[in-house]
Write a protein that binds this ligand. Structure first.
Ligand code: KG4
Ligand code: ZN
Length: 352
């Protein structure tokens, strides 16, 4: 089945064409990062307006690169949530219009199901059951994946997402936006043990919590008198390089510690690390080590599939399309959308 997928939940306008679950014919991503950089975060109104401008050329380019016309497409998949509602509605409206005009089915896809599915884009034979660590700017969670589209939540963040923590700390230090890549680049040159960031305990569960680290950075700045950079291109002082190295080390340690605990408890066959923060070089290295030590198959998508993209939405939506589902009549955007039904609201209750 040849399908076109759209993703417009945040600040990337993306379209992809898939021919069944094993062939991504094209994946086009138009990033708005530069538009939001002056504000130090995504501005919802600007994002929605840009999606409106970008969606048509992005779809055309995806079809062109796949060597197909819209007439060749047999089904549509679109992100319906969670995300910024004004942004989601652009993708949903365009997908519904195309479905109506062409008389083909359209399915709504949960953005997080897309991030989980990205683990199988380039490794379609990755075994189940798997554990998926999804770490992005908006979400941080561990999912048990029993099979395609079959998830339950094992742990999630109680406050900030890991990417959000990277972005906020970077902002405090005057580093360029988005903060994750900037912190990652700088951290490689610093001493990860220079500044102590204690282990975080979330009582009674494996849940994550990152807001304490943000406060720890603020307190450290106040106590040491370390000043944020006056301009993003200024050379950071040694003390700042050591601080971000220690911060990155602590965030990755927390992510890996809980992942290891769940692997030991539940013995899955594969580990997936996905979402924008899966681009982090230390997290990639530590996940590789963890998979080696525990004997699991590992999938960390290539960078083009770590951040928001439509190929993952297509892969996540494909089973519903193949099963003959059509959401045309009740498809709408949803700013918040739980994944996996009531199960998703439950986290595992155990102590670390
Ligand atoms: O998945 P994504 O593109 O968007 C959503 O949040 O859904 O993730 C973006 C997040 C941002 O917070 C960004 O700072 C973070 O991923 N990020 C990184 C790195 N590259 C991107 N965080 C840490 N290290 C990186 N190398
Ligand atoms: Zn995302």
């Amino acid at each position: 089945m040849r399908i076109l997928a759209l993703e417009t939940s945040c600040d990337e306008t993306a379209a992809a064409v898939l021919d069944g679950p094993r062939r991504v014919l094209s994946s086009v991503v138009s990033s708005q990062v530069r538009l939001h950089a002056p504000y130090g975060g995504v501005v919802p109104e600007i994002a929605a307006r840009h999606h409106l401008e970008a969606i048509d050329p992005v779809v055309r380019q995806a079809l062109e690169r796949a060597g197909l016309a819209l007439d060749d497409i047999e089904g549509l998949a679109v992100t319906r949530g969670p995300g910024l509602i004004g942004c989601l509605l652009v993708g949903v409206a365009v997908a519904r219009a195309m479905a109506l005009v062409r008389g083909i089915p359209v399915v709504g896809v949960n953005h997080l199901a897309g991030h989980v599915a990205s683990g199988w884009l380039e490794t379609p034979d990755l075994p189940y059951p798997a554990l998926a660590l999804v770490v992005s700017g908006g979400h941080t969670a561990l999912w048990r994946v029993a099979g395609p589209g079959r998830f339950t939540l094992a742990a999630r963040t109680r406050d900030d997402a890991a990417g959000e923590a990277f972005d906020k700390v970077a902002k405090m230090l005057g580093l360029p936006y988005p903060g994750g890549p900037a912190v990652d680049r700088l951290a490689g040159e610093g001493d990860p043990h220079a500044v102590p960031f204690g282990e975080v305990k979330t009582k009674g569960s494996l849940d994550f919590s990152f807001s304490g680290y943000k406060t720890a950075v603020r307190v450290h700045l106040a106590e040491t008198g370390l000043q944020p950079l006056a301009a993003p291109d200024e050379t950071p002082p040694r003390a700042m390089v050591d601080l971000v190295a220690s911060f990155r080390h602590a965030v990755v340690r927390e992510l890996i510690r809980r992942t290891r605990q769940l692997i030991e408890d539940e013995r899955p066959r594969a580990l997936v690390v996905a979402g924008g923060v899966a681009a982090n070089s230390l997290l990639r290295a530590e996940a590789r080590r963890l998979a080696d030590e525990t004997g699991l198959a590992l999938s960390i998508p290539p960078l083009k599939y770590c951040g928001d993209n439509a190929a993952m939405i297509g892969l996540a939506g494909l089973p519903a399309l193949v099963a003959g589902e059509n959401h045309l009549d009740d498809l709408d955007g949803a700013a918040s959308l739980p994944l996996g039904g009531p199960e998703a609201a439950r986290t595992s209750h155990r102590h670390l």
